[in-house]
Structure formats: structure tokens, C-alpha cells
Design a protein around this ligand. Structure first.
Ligand code: G3P
Ligand code: CA
Length: 225
């Protein structure tokens, strides 16, 4: 049962910060999940929302700022918004990284960065999985490099996700956990996909999806898995 720390160990540190990812490592997470957008000068920025309003002391769209401008805004007065490279360097192959594409247009940058870490820093494809609700973006990742593992995110329709996953030979389905039953979990696994539900935080729900024998759980509380 893989424990995957949602936005880092979000329950314990501000989400999508290096501190949250370090906490996830300290809690022996098998993987971390994070969200990415692009800066105006093409850097891959780890943040959930399209804007910096909720997380930082600034205001505006992530893609309206350069990297150096984004670095001047702080989360909780002390944490910088990290880049994807910074998270890779922190994690340093200690767990796998689930990169959720939150914007259209980051596919080439993310795929190139993964290839750079594999060819130059001894990482492996097993250290990555790219997910998104934007299946066109996932299709493009597959077209760019079919070796990159893909997780198909769905909040509404497991059958559609499954059909799409087959067309791009995805590695996993990432369903909203309320969509799952023991039976459909087994059916997905029999087709060769991992089942990695999100975002399961309540003890009762964790026990329920565990009883379905899912392959892993995306959670704010990796220590509860
Ligand atoms: O990857 C699953 C989950 O993170 C999707 O929802 O809003 O937390 O990015 P959200
Ligand atoms: Ca996410």
C-alpha cells in the first residue's frame, strides 16, 4: 500500500513547500504529490492555484510573474514558492514524485526536466508519475515520451477514465475515492492499472479504501496509512 503525501505532508506543513516535502520524506512516504504551473519566463512552479493569492503575501496569476518575482513572495512569511527542480533536488530519488499538471502548456517543460534527471542524474522513470484532470495534456505527455508513467485523474467517471487510460497505456487511475468500490477496484487492477485514490484523510475512509486493496492512497496524513 503506497502512501503518497498530498501536496507534501499537507496536514503538517504549508502545502507544496520544500518543508512539506521534507516532512513527507521524514514520514517515510513512498511518494509525494504536487501541483505545477508555469511562470511567465517558463519555469515550472510548484503551487496548487492559478494565482498566488491564497498561499502568499502577493496577488496575481502565477503565469504573470517571472521566477525571480515569484521568489519575492512568501508563504506564511518564510517559505518560498519552490520550482520543480528544487523539489527534485530535495527528494533526490528517496521517493517517487506525482506531478499534477494544473495548467495547459507545461507538458514539454515537465517532460524535458524528467528526461534531464534520468539522463544526467541517474533517476529512473519509476521515480515519476504525471497526472492531470486535463486528459489532452496527458495525451501530449504520452506523445512526447511514452515511457513517462501517467496517472489518469477523474472526479466523476471511472469508465471513461479507464477507456482513456487504455488508449495511452497509463500506469494508474487516480480516482476521487468516493467513486471506488471493492468490485470496480478489482476490475481496474485486472486491466493492469494501479488504483491510487485521493484525497483520503479520515480514518474511516482510509480503512474503507484499504479494504478494497487499492495500490496506494494520496493523503494529507501519510503517517495514518
Ligand atoms: O492528485 C489528486 C488531487 O491532488 C487532486 O485534487 O485539488 O488537491 O489538486 P487537488
Ligand atoms: Ca493535486
Amino acid at each position: 500500500m503506497l502512501k503518497i503525501a498530498h501536496r507534501g505532508a499537507k496536514a503538517y506543513e504549508p502545502e507544496n513547500t520544500l518543508q512539506a516535502f521534507q516532512k513527507a520524506l521524514d514520514l517515510n512516504s513512498d511518494g509525494i504529490e504536487l501541483d505545477v504551473h508555469l511562470s511567465s519566463d517558463g519555469h515550472i512552479i510548484v503551487i496548487h492555484d492559478e494565482t498566488i493569492d491564497k498561499m502568499t503575501n502577493g496577488k496575481g496569476a502565477v503565469n504573470s510573474f517571472s521566477l525571480s518575482e515569484l521568489k519575492s513572495f512568501l508563504i506564511d512569511g518564510k517559505h518560498e514558492i519552490p520550482t520543480l527542480n528544487e523539489v527534485f533536488d530535495l527528494v533526490d530519488k528517496k521517493c517517487f514524485i506525482n506531478i499534477e499538471l494544473k495548467c495547459r502548456g507545461a507538458q514539454q517543460c515537465v517532460s524535458s526536466l524528467i528526461e534531464e534527471y534520468i539522463s544526467e542524474k541517474n533517476w529512473n522513470y519509476k521515480h515519476f508519475i504525471i497526472s492531470s484532470f486535463d486528459w489532452i495534456a496527458l495525451q501530449e505527455i504520452h506523445n512526447l515520451n511514452p515511457k513517462i508513467p501517467i496517472g489518469v485523474l477523474t472526479e466523476t467517471d471511472l469508465n471513461l477514465a479507464l477507456a482513456f487510460a487504455e488508449t495511452i497505456q497509463a500506469k494508474a487511475i487516480h480516482p476521487y475515492y468516493h467513486l471506488l468500490t471493492e468490485e470496480n477496484t478489482k476490475q481496474i487492477q485486472e486491466k493492469g492499472f494501479l488504483v491510487l485514490p485521493w484525497t483520503v484523510n479520515i480514518e474511516e475512509d482510509i480503512q474503507k479504501v484499504k479494504s478494497y486493496n487499492v495500490n496506494g492512497i494520496i493523503t494529507d496524513f501519510p503517517d495514518k496509512i
